[in-house]
Each structure stands twice: as structure tokens, then as C-alpha cells.
Design a protein around this ligand. Structure first.
Ligand SMILES: [Zn+2]
Length: 448
């Protein structure tokens, strides 16, 4: 009943529902939607190391077993924990205004009762870099920058640096805290969280992100030249080691001697939304496609599904997988971690001898509107460590990221944002690829 209601609720905003609405029972067509809807409904937010992430692992083991996967297991590891706390911010001068803020992962807490200090405006990360050493002593740095949406998501590399590197840089210059403009492309008043880091020897400081409209407000006020002051309460803070884990499951192939195909996603999510596009969708796509690739006959090779834990706070699941399985040969790895919008582009990282295989895959995807690009595929955080360790072949099925960073790491990352027809296109594309690679009898390997 719940599933039916969810489908109806989701159906309304989208015009192209045929792929989902016409799905025949027993064809595996609803597997992806059901994983996505049920994980986001029955578990919801699942912060790395939390009790909810543990609940997601239990949920995942039960679901993958029920779907017919073999060797379904949870593989535990430990992470440095971080928990969120109260988080508020107000400009106190020259114009008192409440702001919408969220702490970044690995932020430390503000002192009891919060802190109030001068806010120093920087238009970019480069402007912060250029500030003289110790010039931020006793002050809060604010770093502005306006990320723009693009289809391939490539803005996340440079703009994401403000979140990844900005806090450590501000700390080195003496700041007592840092506030950044959210790394996102929307104009909603939801801030975007995400992980930051403080290298050895750099004192961690409280670090938060404000929504884009709040960043624009700060920029307008800073431009007046009047001193700006901010009151901050950010109580999120590191805690000791916490339990996490990967969920791994196999669909055994006809020839157990052939190295398997590894397909990955991550099971953990940030805690503000329900982790629908990041990354329940990816787990739904890889598992549904692995199952559908078996229809019409079991492939030669085993397809292994990795639903990784603790990706968001530092890619711990991928590292743990490579450590646990580094001695087992693998053939090829792929990952889905960029939402549920349609696949539009295809990349390979194949040995020269596998070019005919790449050509066959590219030809199979062309009817789905997916074009080949000659840049090298790199997989993603959850499969990168095993790819590097074993020089694996990689295929990237790149999704349309135009609206991904409107939602990424916000309270708005929820089920209703997923278009069932585009989700189905993803499963169809992945299935087409898996059918070919899992039936390849010859050696498959990455570039030397
Ligand atoms: Zn993700």
C-alpha cells in the first residue's frame, strides 16, 4: 500500500511515466523503484557511523537476500565518527538577520553558548588564500563563490574545494570559524552540507555552509563596507570511532573461475535529507540492473554488488572493500553515484586489447541516446581503491547532472525528486552493459 501511494505521489509532476507505469510484474522493472522508495521510507537519513546507517545495512542484507542475491553479507569496519548538533547563525551587525546554516562534516563545535565575531568577506577561495597569515585572528571567514549548473557536474571539482580546503586554510590564518556559501546550484534557502577536513597539524575550527540566498545577502552587506558581525552556534563535532560497514552480494555466473564484474554505490547518506539521489538511486540502479542482466540466461561471470558504507565522510567503504578483497581478482568495476537522471554519456578505461569489447558496448548504448566520450573513465569513490590496486577496466555511465547540485546534501534530497522514467533509463543502460561484459569470456583489463 505504501509503495502504491508513493508511486502515485511521485507520478504527478512528471510527464514521461510510461516506462514505469507500464512495467509488467515479474520482469524486475520495479526492483529499482522499490529499493529507492523503501530505503528512503523505511530507513531514511543514514549518516555514516550512525545507528541509522546500521539499520540501512540490516535493511540491505534482507532486501538483497529477498531479491535472490547469494553470499549476502555485511562487512564491518570502523570510522572516525562525527555527529551533528544544534546549528544556528545570525548576522548581528550592521543589520540583524537570521541565516540558514548547516555544519560541515568534521567541523568542531563552537564554544558553549556559541561565538560572536567579525565576519570577513572573501569573494573566492583564491581571495582567502591571498589573505596575509594571521590576518583572520579572532575573526570568522566567509567565502563566497557561485557554482553554476552543468550537465557533466564538472563544477563540483573546483567549487567543492571551497568546502574541502577552505576550513583548513581559514584555520591556518587564525580564523575562529568559517562560513562558506553552500556548494550547490539552487536558489533555495536550504544549505548544503558535506565533508571537510583538517590535515595533521591544523587546528580544526567550526565550519558551516549557508544557503545561496543567505550568501547573496552577506555579499550585499559586505559590499557596503560596513563591519559585519555574526553569531554562530555549530554544535556538530567529532566523536570517537564508530561502527560502519559495507554490504556485498553476488549473482554467481556460470564460470566461477572468471573474475567478477563489480558494481558499486553507497548506502550511507548525509542526514539532512533521505539520501534519495545520493545515493539510494545508485544502489537501486546497480542491483536492479544486475538482476535484469540475468534474465534470458545466467551470464558467464559473477556480478558482485557493493553497497558501500561511509562514503560521504571520506570514502571509507571503498578503502575497506579493497582491503578485504584485494587478493581476489576482479575484471571490471563501475559505480552509480550521481542521482537518477538519465545516462547521456559513456567513458571507458580499457586495455588496448579490449577495444572491440568497448565498441560493442558503445553500439549497444547508442539507441538509448548515450554517446561515447574518449576521456578516461575513473569509476567513483567506492570502487576507486580496488580499481587502482588491481588496474581494473572501468566503464562510466555518466548521468545528466544539470539539477543534481540543486539537491545534493540538502534536506531536499528526497524521493519525489526522482523521475521514474529516467531511473528506468538508467537501469536499461546498466543492464545492456552488464549483459555484454558479464558474458565476455576473454580477459578484461584496464589500461597499463
Ligand atoms: Zn554520493
Amino acid at each position: 500500500m505504501l509503495k502504491t501511494l508513493a508511486r502515485v505521489a511521485v507520478a504527478a509532476p512528471f510527464a514521461f511515466l510510461s516506462a514505469h507505469a507500464l512495467a509488467a510484474p515479474g520482469e524486475g522493472r520495479d526492483v529499482a523503484w522499490d529499493i529507492l522508495a523503501d530505503l528512503t521510507t523505511e530507513v531514511g537519513p543514514r549518516l555514516a557511523g550512525s545507528e541509522r546507517e546500521a539499520a540501512a545495512r540490516d535493511w540491505a542484507v534482507a532486501r538483497l537476500k529477498a531479491l535472490g542475491f547469494a553470499n549476502v553479507r555485511s562487512e564491518p569496519f570502523t570510522i572516525p565518527g562525527w555527529i551533528r548538533g544544534a546549528e544556528t547563525a545570525q548576522l548581528t551587525a550592521p543589520y540583524p538577520q537570521p541565516l540558514h546554516i548547516t555544519a560541515l562534516g568534521n567541523s568542531v563545535a563552537t564554544p558553549a553558548g556559541g561565538l560572536t565575531a567579525e565576519l570577513v568577506y572573501f569573494a573566492s577561495l583564491d581571495a582567502l588564500k591571498a589573505a596575509p597569515d594571521a590576518s583572520l585572528k579572532g575573526k570568522v571567514a566567509f567565502v563566497d563563490h557561485a557554482m553554476r549548473a552543468n550537465q557533466d557536474g564538472s563544477g563540483y571539482g573546483p567549487f567543492g574545494q571551497v568546502r574541502r580546503a577552505g576550513p583548513a586554510l581559514a584555520s591556518r590564518k587564525g580564523a575562529v570559524a568559517i562560513v562558506i556559501r553552500s556548494v550547490g546550484t539552487d536558489s533555495n534557502r536550504d544549505p548544503h552540507t558535506g565533508v571537510t577536513g583538517f590535515p595533521e597539524g591544523v587546528a580544526p575550527i567550526p565550519a558551516g555552509a549557508v544557503s545561496a540566498p543567505d550568501a547573496a545577502l552577506i555579499a550585499r552587506i559586505a559590499a557596503t563596507g560596513k563591519p559585519v558581525r555574526i553569531a554562530l552556534v555549530l554544535e556538530g563535532h567529532p566523536v570517537g570511532p564508530l561502527p560502519s560497514g559495507n554490504v556485498v552480494a553476488d549473482l554467481p555466473g556460470r564460470d566461477p573461475k572468471l573474475p567478477p564484474i563489480l558494481v558499486g554505490c553507497h548506502l550511507d547518506s548525509w542526514d539532512l535529507g533521505t539520501g534519495a539521489i545520493d545515493d539510494a538511486a545508485g544502489c537501486a540502479i546497480v542491483a536492479a540492473a544486475a538482476l535484469r542482466a540475468q534474465q534470458g540466461g545466467k551470464p558467464l561471470r559473477t556480478i558482485r554488488v557493493l553497497w558501500a558504507g561511509s562514503e560521504e565522510n571520506g570514502g571509507f567503504g571503498g578503502v575497506a572493500y579493497a582491503k578485504a578483497h584485494g587478493a581476489e581478482p576482479h575484471a571490471l568495476a563501475m559505480e552509480s553515484d550521481f542521482g537518477a537522471d538519465r545516462v547521456w554519456r559513456l567513458k571507458f578505461a580499457f586495455a588496448n586489447g579490449n577495444q572491440p569489447l568497448a565498441d560493442r558496448i558503445a553500439a549497444a548504448l547508442l539507441p538509448l541516446g548515450i554517446v561515447r566520450n574518449d576521456e578516461r573513465a575513473n569509476g567513483g569513490t567506492d570502487v576507486a581503491p580496488i580499481i587502482t590496486a588491481q588496474k581494473l577496466a572501468v566503464i562510466d555511465l555518466e548521468q545528466d547532472g544539470t539539477r543534481y547540485f540543486d539537491l545534493h546534501h540538502t534536506p531536499d534530497d528526497t524521493l519525489d525528486k526522482v523521475d521514474p522514467a529516467q531511473l528506468e533509463q538508467n537501469v536499461a543502460a546498466w543492464t545492456a552493459v552488464l549483459k555484454i561484459v558479464a558474458d565476455e569470456a576473454g580477459p578484461i583489463s584496464g589500461p597499463n
